[in-house]
Design a protein around this ligand. Structure first.
Ligand code: BGC
Length: 755
């Protein structure tokens, strides 16, 4: 009798386990549960989960075949599948394809006890299959609609290939072009960087995460990663809280205000504490001050690296730091999966901390609609029809031509389509180099400059020579290139960096053209033929005396799939270049860091001359080669009639400035009108000589003029006072409008702010 009762109890217990196990966590699929709020659904799933399963949701591993960082974890090819089955993995990065992601998702949803759908993440940094210009390039368009449209295409394509989540946008402000990751951001300015951060988030996430083709964006790397000492990647960052708040934080904040779903922590230490264990950055600022509600993922191995920084003795300590800082998901550290359970059992991390993290992750999965349809993005037919389709390629061309910056033009451009053109240089026909960093899944045969020009003018009057390789010492092919140049009316000389000279861990100590490329340019110039220098690079380059000797320079960065077509449109005048630099080009690397929104110092060097005891070098002035905001057009724009509607305003009021911009040249064109403000005196605090506070990209046909207006709001005049409180203070402000950040390009007037 006793035995039968025992048996009965045993079978009852088994039945319960089976019943609970077969309760799909996304059993939130029943009609009734669909009407529940996301919070209720998250709670109902959380209640079903074991501690191990919760830690599983907090774990992300890479597809072991495609690592995007050093691999310390030996994961067998198939072991991700075993982990998914056991409920020990909530997210995978570096996996793509509608079929492959479906198969993995099937394991999670059909074979794991808890049945929570996986989240697939990938670095969709500047396009997926259709490659768009690198972020530093598209930033030069100052065109928020174009930038958002690039990310929309990236979301369309990557979601069609099974992905739910991109590790973008990278919004790290960079003032040091030695740092290779300058290529991944928007440049040096917090105001422009904020506008671009918002546009990118909106492009990726669409109107609603549940919509078809919306993907989670991830703003990174929190925080101040772009200030790596000496421009060496992963290096120490040490700065005042003032600098952090004034310059480095605004773009992350803008992304958060735009509703970014996730944040990635950074590799660097920040003021002595590794950022991935920094409660100050990730909790005090991100959660408490900014109110960020989404989830935070570590960077690749960045929790483990707290140990290498020397700030934790082992993975246990590193895990505690990361958990106390509020990092919710462990990317490829093997800290949470290996250490968290024991730490909870020992009471060193609380279950409530774990629950909080899991809640945030589950919320994102619900918001994407994965519990209702885990195969939302697993349609291989759609994948085929979306990747590289006509519309996406057309968008890529549009954004590429808008990203090109005309740096110099002594009446040479645009070229005649009937001229005999020699296209020369190591970047002229270099498909591999057109995409730049983070595009290894992208289309690998982009249109090269040679083929773009050929598509435009045909091959009968087009000749080509490579001249030299990008980065070697051999000069053997230069003589042939010179002979080709002699045979042409005009030379298009394509020089620059290879794609792998910028991006992660690709810092340089020189900004010069690599290898013997400068020599190639000099030899070609000796022929006396007019030369258009076409630059391909992921950071500002120093050209030295070549800036003066070549008559025309086009900065094309790395333009992606339609690179050659975009260049051809600009070269032959089918598109009038409109891009403006978002990062300062120094004269020499010795001036770095150099940026437009610098402080005045107590001994400013005003006229550029070397005299007295003032702040300059004995061998170089303080002016850059090309300033922030600079870029030419084939037409001319004249600025006049700069006015303000009141010369003094109350500090809670608003004022309006207006300026007339006229196209006085002989082409239709677009102009980026820029507004800068200087707070002339702040109580006890020095303010930058100017700060960008507004811009407007306008189109003007030949002879047309427009009045451009900017509203001056209290927010534009505010600054962090001595106590780091943001205030607006009565006093005088200089308001400047013009075509670049250089003083000579700006019209100025005064605004007095009163109580
Ligand atoms: C980079 C991140 C990237 C991650 C995943 C890291 O090495 O710093 O920006 O998102 O790898 O690929």
């Amino acid at each position: 009798m006793k035995n039968t009762l025992k048996k009965k109890k045993y079978y009852l217990a088994i039945l319960c386990v089976v019943l609970v196990a077969s309760l799909p966590a996304y059993g939130a699929m029943t009609k009734k549960s669909k009407t529940k709020s996301i919070e209720q659904r998250v709670d109902s799933v959380l209640r079903l989960m074991t501690l191990e399963e919760k830690i599983g949701q907090m774990t992300q591993l890479s597809n072991p075949n495609i690592p995007t960082g050093p691999t310390y974890i030996s994961v067998e090819k198939a072991s991700n599948v075993a982990l998914i089955r056991e409920g020990k993995l909530g997210s995978i990065l570096n996996i793509t394809g509608a079929d492959l992601t479906r198969r993995m998702q099937e394991v999670a949803v059909n074979e794991s006890r808890i049945k929570i759908p996986l989240l697939f993440g990938f670095d969709v940094i500047h396009g997926f299959k259709t490659v768009f210009p690198i972020p530093l390039a598209s930033a030069c368009s100052w065109d928020m609609a174009a930038i958002a449209s690039a990310e929309r295409v990236a979301a369309l394509e990557s979601s069609a290939a099974g992905l739910h989540w991109t590790f973008a946008p990278m919004v790290d402000i960079a003032r040091d072009p030695r740092w290779g990751r300058i290529a991944e951001g928007a440049g040096e300015d917090p105001f422009l960087g904020s506008a671009i951060a918002k546009a990118r988030v909106q492009g990726f996430q669409g109107k609603n995460l549940r919509d078809d083709a919306s993907i989670l964006a991830c703003v990174k790397h929190f925080a101040a990663y772009g200030n790596a000492e000496a421009g060496r990647d992963y290096n120490t960052t040490d700065m005042s809280e003032r600098l952090l708040r004034e310059i480095y934080l605004p773009p992350y904040k803008a992304a958060i205000d735009a509703g970014v779903a996730t944040v990635m922590s950074s590799f660097n230490e920040f003021n002595g504490t590794p950022a991935s264990g920094s409660k100050f950055l990730l909790t005090d600022i991100l959660r408490n001050e900014y109110g960020f509600k989404g989830f935070v993922v570590s960077d690749w191995n960045s929790i483990s690296e707290i140990i290498t920084h020397g700030a934790a003795k082992d993975k246990n300590e590193a895990t505690i730091f990361a958990m106390n800082a509020n990092i919710d998901m462990d990317m490829q550290n093997n800290c949470y999966p290996k250490k968290l359970k024991q730490l909870v059992e020992e009471g060193k991390v609380t279950v409530e901390q774990v629950n909080k993290a899991v809640r945030r992750i589950l919320r994102a999965k619900f918001e994407l609609g994965l519990f209702d349809n885990p195969y939302k993005y697993c349609d291989s037919k759609k994948e085929k029809s979306v990747l590289l389709n006509k519309e996406n390629l057309a968008k890529a061309l549009d954004v590429a031509k808008r990203s090109i910056v005309l740096l110099k033009n002594d009446n040479l451009l645009p070229l005649s389509k009937t001229a005999k053109v020699a296209i020369i240089g190591p970047l002229a026909d270099a498909p591999k180099e057109m995409n730049g960093c983070w595009a290894w899944y992208g289309e690998q045969s982009p249109v090269t400059f040679l083929s773009g020009v050929r598509n435009k003018i045909g091959s009968s009057h087009l000749i080509y020579a490579k001249g030299c390789n990008i980065n070697d010492a051999t000069t053997d092919s230069i003589a042939y290139a010179v002979s080709v140049a002699k045979d042409a009316d005009v030379v298009v000389l394509c020089v620059g960096e290879s794609g792998d000279m910028s991006g992660e861990s690709n810092s340089r100590t020189s900004l010069d053209l690599p290898g013997v490329q400068s020599l190639l340019v000099k030899e070609i110039l000796k022929t006396g033929k007019p030369v258009v220098l076409v630059m391909t690079n992921g950071r500002p380059i120093t050209l030295g005396s070549l800036n003066d000797s070549v008559p025309a320079i086009l900065e094309t960065w790395q333009l992606g799939t339609r690179a050659g077509d975009a260049l051809a449109e600009v070269l032959f005048g089918d598109y009038n270049p409109s891009g403006k630099l978002t990062t300062t080009f120094p004269i020499t690397i010795g001036q770095v860091p150099i940026y437009y929104n610098h402080k005045n110092t107590g001994r400013p060097n005003i006229d550029g001359k070397r005299q007295g005891y003032n702040s300059r070098y004995i061998d170089c002035g303080n002016f850059p080669q090309y300033p922030f905001g600079f870029g030419l057009s084939y037409t001319k724009f004249e600025y006049s009639d700069f006015k303000i509607d009141k010369s003094s305003m109350a500090k809670t009021d608003k004022a309006t400035v207006s300026v007339v911009v006229k196209n006085t040249g002989s082409y239709d064109g677009e102009e980026i009108v820029q507004l800068y403000i200087r707070d002339l005196v702040a109580y006890g605090v020095s303010r930058p000589v100017k700060e960008l506070k507004g811009f407007d990209k306008i189109t003007l046909t030949k002879g047309e003029q427009k009045t451009v207006r900017f509203q001056i709001t209290p927010e534009m005049l505010a600054y962090y006072d001595l106590n780091l409180k943001k205030i607006v203070e009565p006093g005088d402000f200089s308001i400047m409008v013009g075509c670049s950040s250089a003083d000579k390009d700006l019209l100025k007037l005064n605004l007095t702010v009163i109580e």
